[in-house]
Design a protein around this ligand. Structure first.
Ligand code: GAP
Length: 508
């Protein structure tokens, strides 16, 4: 009986629709990755040796963009808040740091290996992948039940139960297609190395898996030297390292990446209020880049990390779906109290403000902490994903035309202004270079004489330069130039002496 196994037409139509949407998004993601490489934003690390999995290098425009995002964050945290100061702690830290922070014991993911393909999976990713497939087949209830069971088992750390769940659902390895699985084991994500010349156990140190601990161990140094009063924050940007097992999706999940973190030290009992404050404040920062609010959502954590009493992610809709870009965590006094215990040094603050309830100073306490933690590389991917636009149109003569443009906000664009003399002669390059000399100390400029003006505009569109200025014969007569706006492609004549001002205003 042929027909009895057929899916209803509506289900088939929905599957086809979902597949089409997924493949458009997947194509868009691939196009962004190719563009990032072709235009010098991101390269695979040590590419001549076929790359290193989940490690990437930033090229000429990528490193500028990354620096601009970092500076924008740093300025918004430190310069724009009276009560936040920055530090730059070392990547290597005393090994006890990671015992106290809980990373030695808790920073691990449950993993399972397929015996035939030898491929290792994060258990939650494997089961979630299967649930996605079920949803694509219209089996939503089955998928939801699977995820619910998985969450319960994960919360209980019931690895035998999780293995049974994988077996019962016949979840197969995507490479071998078999269900020949090992037992589930915990796999610590920290990279370790040796310090000094003697290689024994005592010399093992870790590459930091988060920048936050450099802030906690410096809490009193900073509070005293910068004379900070609670509530106050310490901000830091820097590299972090995690031996991610399922490292894929370009720079979304890397083994070496950069974080921008801020720990905000508060009075115990005020954490709810400050958590709410930073939740809103951080989303405002994202929106200040002109990214539409509907591209973001909050995701509250159900299963909390060992240090948190509340946590949420700010998620952005990447071409690969809504994914975490930033975490807001109410970390209680876990870290400071734990470092106090392991180091034997007091990490307390004396608060001489008067408590209205008791009429006495608040006195000594270990502050509570609200953390904001955003991945710089993930933010970079967010900016690229939001900016990448393919445009096509029909010209007046009826022929097709188009361009790929990065609509990067002017304040973080790698290059702000391209200065383009129309020809290489008639004194135009000299005029152009005078403008370049006038502007380059204030913002990043690019100078080019080669090729037609149309080709030069397209190249600037592709790297996201918001303004191009063309110097032509008329400039010599009346001191005017053509300024071309990247997003609208509109052009207008302005006085050459106004250019610096126009760009400065736009980027501030
Ligand atoms: N100190 C808290 C902490 O590290 P997390 O949620 O593990 O929290 C914070 O990481 C942010 O760091 C994430 O929201 C993400 O943007 C970024 N991040 C984490 N792991 C990453 C990885 N493997 N590759 C790129 N970015 C990562």
């Amino acid at each position: 009986m042929f027909g009895t196994n057929l899916l209803p037409v509506a289900v088939v139509a929905r599957i086809c629709y979902l597949c089409a949407v997924m493949s458009i998004q997947e194509n868009r993601f691939q196009a962004i990755i190719s563009h990032a490489k072709e235009y010098g934003f991101v390269f695979a690390s040590s590419e001549i040796y076929d790359g290193l999995s989940a490690v990437y290098d930033y090229g000429p425009y990528g490193s500028e963009l990354k620096k601009n995002i970092r500076d924008y964050w740093w300025k918004s945290m430190t310069q724009m808040h009276d009560n936040i100061v920055g530090i730059d702690a070392a990547i290597f830290m005393h090994p006890t740091t990671w015992k106290a922070s809980g990373h030695v014991d808790n920073f691990s993911d449950p993993m399972i290996d397929n015996r035939d393909s030898k491929k290792r999976y994060r258990v939650d990713h494997l089961i979630e992948g299967h649930a996605e497939k079920l949803k694509d087949e219209g089996k939503n209830a089955e998928a939801d039940a699977l995820i619910e069971t998985m969450n319960k088992l994960l919360a209980k750390e019931d690895y035998a139960g999780l293995k049974t769940l994988i077996g019962d659902n016949k979840i197969a390895c995507s490479i071998s297609g078999t269900v020949n699985w090992t037992d589930i084991r915990q796999f610590n994500l920290m990279f370790s190395t040796q310090i000094g010349s003697v290689t024994d156990e005592a010399d093992t140190i870790y590459l930091r898996p988060e920048t936050a601990q450099g802030i906690f161990v410096n809490f009193l140094n900073v509070q005293k030297t910068a004379r900070m009063k609670v509530p106050f924050g310490i901000a830091q940007t820097g590299k972090a390292f995690r031996n991610e097992i399922v490292a894929r999706q370009f720079i979304f999940r890397m083994r070496e990446f950069e974080q921008m973190e801020m720990q905000f030290f508060i009075r115990p009992g005020t954490q709810k209020e400050w958590y709410g404050f930073w939740k809103e404040e951080r989303l405002k920062w994202h929106l200040s880049l002109g990214i539409p609010a509907e591209k973001y959502r909050y995701h509250d954590h159900v299963k909390l990390a060992h240090y948190a009493d509340a946590a949420l992610d700010i998620e952005y809709e990447f071409p690969i779906g809504f994914k975490e870009v930033e975490g807001i965590h109410s970390r209680t006094d876990f870290d400071l109290a734990s470092h106090q215990k392991y180091s034997g040094k007091k990490l307390q603050y004396f608060d001489n403000d008067i408590n209205e309830e008791t009429g006495k100073p608040y006195g000594n306490y270990v502050p509570y902490v609200i953390e904001t933690s955003i991945g710089l590389d993930r933010m970079f991917l967010l900016v690229l994903s939001q900016a990448y636009t393919e445009e096509t149109w029909i010209k007046e003569d009826g022929s097709p035309d188009g361009r790929t443009v990065l609509r990067i906000p002017a304040k973080i664009a790698p290059v702000k202004l391209a200065i383009l003399p129309l020809t290489k002669k008639d004194g135009l390059p000299e005029l152009a270079r005078t403008l370049l000399d006038d502007c380059r100390a204030g913002f990043r400029c690019f100078y080019e004489e080669k090729d037609t003006i149309g080709k030069r505009y397209r190249r600037q569109d592709a790297i996201g330069t918001p303004f191009c200025v063309t110097i032509d014969g008329q400039t010599k007569e009346d001191n005017t130039v053509t300024i071309r706006y990247r997003d609208t492609m509109q052009q207008e004549r302005v006085n050459i002496s106004d250019i610096k001002n126009i760009i400065t205003q736009a980027i501030n």
